[in-house]
Design a protein around this ligand. Structure first.
Ligand code: CTP
Length: 212
């Protein structure tokens, strides 16, 4: 058995298919999660990266698991979480999936006017319920307003040790940007801000703060 601490990271968007050619998703590029996986590897963790579809190559020396839907991500993460000391949930999970209309392309004149949306599991909240005392669970809060208040609610309700507050309304720190600026809030009511920097630098800052 390996003596290295294990770190599980989720990244990228999820893709929720409507039929064989259409899906519901979001613009997450996976850059923050991939930077976290790379930096965690450099810091000596044994890293597993679970990622939705993105245009990035997985970092070297990282165990990589590709997923598409929130349901798939949920099943893999719940399984992998059991063997993990540190889990960082940076994926942009679709909160809903459309009712699946079938594995052929639905013709436009047959396409329903309204799509029925079904709630996806809140993966992070389920990880929070499954968490054991030795495990550290870190979530992201993607916010466009009342950032700190909303993030603090996620920290408590999802039973996290840390939440990373990310302003997705900004052009420079939102989805698919190269740089980021985040605030970390802990269960012990600590607050740390990592000033505007590359996602690699932000990743290192997050890891150093949550794994001491
Ligand atoms: N998350 C998750 N499963 C979901 C939705 C979100 O695991 N179905 C995780 C995200 O990966 C992130 C955290 O929960 O680490 C917060 O996600 P965010 O999108 O900020 O908030 P939501 O919980 O979706 O709530 P809201 O949309 O109301 O802000």
């Amino acid at each position: 058995m390996s003596a290295l601490p294990k770190c599980l990271i989720s990244a990228g968007p999820t893709r929720e298919w409507v039929d064989s050619v259409r899906f519901l998703s979001n613009p997450s590029s996976g850059k923050m999660g991939y930077a976290l996986a790379q930096e965690a590897n450099h810091m000596g963790f044994e890293v597993t990266l679970v990622s939705g579809p993105v245009a990035l190559n997985p970092p070297e020396d990282v165990l990589f698991i590709a997923v598409e839907s929130a349901q798939e991500m949920y099943e893999i993460l719940l399984r992998e979480f059991k063997h993990t000391e540190l889990m960082i949930m940076s994926a942009a999970v679709s909160d809903h999936r459309p009712e699946f209309l079938g594995s052929e392309k639905i013709k436009k004149n047959k396409f329903p006017e309204n799509l029925k949306l079904i709630p996806n599991p809140d993966i992070l909240a389920e990880l929070g319920k499954a968490k054991l005392p030795h495990q550290i669970l870190v979530g992201f809060a993607a916010e466009t307003s009342d950032h700190i208040e909303n993030a603090r609610i996620k920290l408590i309700e999802k039973k996290l040790d840390w939440v990373v507050v990310n302003d997705i309304a900004s052009n420079v720190t939102g989805f698919a940007t190269e740089m980021n600026e985040v605030t970390l809030l802990s269960r012990q009511e600590e607050t740390f801000t990592l000033p505007f920097a590359s996602k690699s630098k932000i990743a290192t800052g997050i890891l150093k703060q949550v794994w001491k």
